[in-house]
Design a protein. Structure first.
Length: 308
């Protein structure tokens, strides 16, 4: 890939707070206009990594560029081109949607305020509700308002820190439709999330644990990297089967889904033998999911951290 196509190209990034290493010498390359999902346990270094990339936090070591600008020497310029949306966006409940956006634009000294606000209202489907008080909005509409405020200054990169926490599935889907539209316009989006369905909508994902990148790539590449084999058991006593084989070292992930029990492991022969020995119910091979991969890497990273 030609370097000019990269919105982000950073190498050897690390961050220490005192003696604690939060991010440990990682490399990240992101093509312009892509949506990149950051996954990992709480406290794994996802948000710290994203903030270093976007000039919001100075790395302890490492270097690179964001939108072609050096993340160390041009941090101020980078920040001007970044839209940052946190889990808890602050808005003024007694102001309307339009008034909130106009206020944000004035605070940051933007020009062409009416045009900017009009465009944001139109692009995010807020125009018909523009006179509604922000305090009366549902979680999904508050989310749209927050995103509208983030794109008022026409950023080249959006930084979203678990933006859909606590929002219902329909609103989450609509929010992600808007993110895809922004991506199609060339905006690069970095988003941290714990929702597997959201991660599956990203162009690629990066799994971080204890400051290290465990794996990165497309969703299918991440799933394939686990080399998991998965089986589905259907029958009348799946919970009994689950109790019988729980804790077996051949099992990496196991969870009931409706009237089926999904089980994943790393050794096909040993897992098949265990299941055939443990149940007379129907056993069929299935495709590993991203959730299976997520649990696989969570378990792996926890063991590595425990073993030092």
């Amino acid at each position: 890939m030609n370097k000019t196509e990269l919105a982000i190209d950073v190498k050897n990034l690390s961050k220490k707070f005192g003696n604690k290493v939060v991010v440990n010498h990682i490399d990240v390359q992101v093509p312009k206009g892509q949506i990149i999902g950051f996954l990992g346990p709480n406290g794994s270094g996802k948000t710290t990594t994203i903030r270093m990339i976007c000039g919001l936090l100075t790395p302890t070591t490492g270097a690179g560029t964001c939108m072609g600008m050096d993340i160390r020497t041009k941090a101020d310029e980078i920040r001007k081109k970044v839209g940052y949306m946190t889990q808890k966006f602050s808005f003024w409940e007694d102001l309307s949607i339009r008034e909130n956006l106009e206020f944000v634009a004035r605070v940051f000294g933007m020009d062409n305020i009416k045009e900017r606000v009009d465009n944001a209202l139109k692009n995010l489907g807020l125009a018909q509700r523009q006179e509604q008080l922000a305090g009366t909005l549902s979680g999904g509409w508050k989310q749209r308002l927050a995103l509208a405020a983030c794109i008022l200054h026409e950023p080249e990169i959006l930084l979203l820190d678990e933006p859909t926490a606590g929002v219902d599935p329909k609103a989450r889907r609509e929010f992600w439709d808007e993110l895809r539209n922004l991506s199609e316009k060339g905006i690069t989006i970095l988003v941290s999330t714990h929702y597997m369905d959201e991660a599956e909508r990203c162009h690629s994902i990066i799994y971080i644990a204890y400051g290290d990148i465990m794996v990165k790539g497309t969703v299918q590449e991440v799933i394939d990297s686990t080399k998991l084999v998965t089986y589905s058991i259907s029958g009348d006593d799946i919970m009994g089967v689950m109790d019988k084989i729980k804790g077996n070292p051949e099992i990496v992930t196991m969870a009931p889904y409706g009237d089926q029990l999904r089980i994943s492991g790393s050794d096909k022969y040993k897992l098949e033998h265990l299941l055939n020995k443990s149940t007379k119910d129907k056993i069929t091979q299935a495709e590993p999911s991203l959730e299976d991969a997520f649990i696989f890497y969570m378990t792996k990273s926890a063991k590595e951290e425990e073993n030092g």
